[in-house]
Design a protein around this ligand. Sequence first.
Ligand SMILES: [Zn+2]
Length: 131
Amino acid sequence: MAKTKTNNWFLKLKNTLLYSGYEVILTSVPQNGGTGKRGTRHRAAKGYIVPDELKIFINRRIGINDRVITLVHELMHEIYPNWQEPRVERESKKVFRGLTVPQLGFFQFFVMTKGEIQSALKRQQIHSPLC
Ligand SMILES: [Zn+2]
């Protein structure tokens, strides 16, 4: 039952990521504090979402799985704009823990740099969503 729930979550997040028009941008200079843009949400220095620009920024200096949690977190803000921060934080961690290996690989693909993807594929540490 818990598995079904996670799968539903995965599809919801995946569809939002693929069809909402959001662009995931890896940044090494996360902005601290508000940019003044309406709807901009921050998650410390890990990442933030800018709905007006359809952009999700993720700090590439944090670990890959931290980036995946951050991506899930920001997508949840998009899906449930009325959820408060603690709930988004709690649910995103729960969803992350329930991801299967291929599901995790799908999200990793979006938050890794080209160089990271290439070296990980060589070591076969990630599952390419392309195969
Ligand atoms: Zn947040």
